[in-house]
Design a protein around this ligand. Structure first.
Ligand code: C2E
Ligand code: MG
Ligand code: MG
Ligand code: MG
Length: 292
């Protein structure tokens, strides 16, 4: 059919489709051996309390460095991993690695930090997943409050009825439960009310517009009000400037993460950064222009 559009159009269209498919197949092929070849690492991005500057925890973000493909963004490979179910093994590796890290931090100066871990819907819908997490945490002897399970708004609202029971189990065990990319999916407010969630993460797309865009400020304010009425904390994602940080703080947002505070970094770098700042972001930044 595309041939009717003319030879050029056909060949451009066709080539790019072929390229996409070839790339996809290559990614999938490389992904199959990536765990065995130890190509994954986790990067950690600090989350701070906006009032005090105190680092309250970190989000763990997967990094993939493949000998053929180089660094591949999770935005690119996670969807492929989900379609092929490879995410089950990858997610298992992520879970083990996060819990090992929490264990390694026991009885150190970092032992009050939580780790927020991204869990894909495919992984979450696997009925064995929660008992797997429970067992690992028990074996590690780590307090469950220190692990936060991060699900996207889409995952949370997908199978909402079945999720209520599972969310209750998660929270009864003491784990945190946060809604990632909030505002980009379609939340049913009546479900949101029934879900025992601990954190709403304001999506970066809204943070980007602060303080210039009136609409983004309104949306952020609405999300903050919602979080407060439902007894949840709010984390602003993707804070890149001082202006954004200060504006969000003035709106009463509790927590934030973003490049302005720190990029996601390897564990050694994170620990050095925390030590250098005494786990407080304002400690070494207050001299610049801020008064906290
Ligand atoms: P996400 O969970 O919403 O993570 C936030 C993304 O924003 C991360 O991208 C982070 O590096 C980036 N980010 C943080 N602060 C800033 C900022 O100030 N500016 C900008 N421009 N970006 C910022 P990343 O690491 O590339 O991850 C992309 C997505 O891939 C994540 O979005 C998450 O959905 C998924 N992902 C990452 N790691 C995992 C994982 O271990 N498991 C699963 N299932 N998904 C993961
Ligand atoms: Mg996340
Ligand atoms: Mg997010
Ligand atoms: Mg995202």
């Amino acid at each position: 059919k595309s041939k009717e559009l003319g030879k050029n159009t056909y060949s451009i269209y066709h080539d790019s489709m072929e390229e996409d498919l070839a790339e996809r197949i290559l990614i999938e092929k490389q992904l199959r051996n990536a765990i065995y070849n130890r190509e994954f690492t986790l990067a950690y991005q600090p989350q701070i309390n906006l009032k005090t500057g105190q680092v309250i925890g970190v989000e763990a973000l997967i990094r993939w460095n493949n000998p053929i493909l180089g660094f591949v963004s999770p935005n690119k490979f996670i969807p492929i991993a989900e379609e092929t179910n490879l995410i089950l093994d990858i997610g298992e590796w992520v879970t083990q690695t996060c819990i090992q890290q929490l264990k390694a931090w026991k009885n150190t100066r970092f032992d009050s930090l939580h780790i927020a871990m991204n869990v894909s819907s495919v992984q979450f819908e696997n009925i064995q997943y929660l008992s797997f997490v429970n067992k690992l945490m028990e074996n590690a002897g780590v307090d469950n409050h220190r692990l936060e399970i991060e699900l996207t708004e889409r995952t949370v609202m997908n199978n909402a009825d079945e999720n209520i029971a599972r969310f209750n189990q998660i929270r009864a065990k003491g784990f945190g439960l946060s809604v990632d990319d909030f505002g980009t999916g379609y939340s049913s407010l009546s479900y949101l009310k029934k879900f025992p969630l601990s954190v709403l993460k304001i999506d970066k797309t809204f943070v980007d517009g602060i303080p210039q865009e009136e609409e983004d400020i309104s949306i952020a304010t609405a999300i903050l009000n919602l979080a407060q009425s439902l007894n949840m904390n709010a984390v602003a994602e993707g804070v890149e400037t001082l202006e954004q940080l200060e504006y969000l703080r003035s709106l009463g947002c509790n927590f934030a993460q973003g490049y302005y505070i720190s990029r996601p970094v390897p564990i050694k770098e994170l620990e050095e950064w925390l030590t250098h700042n005494n786990s407080n972001f304002y400690q070494n930044n207050s001299s610049e222009s801020l008064e906290y």
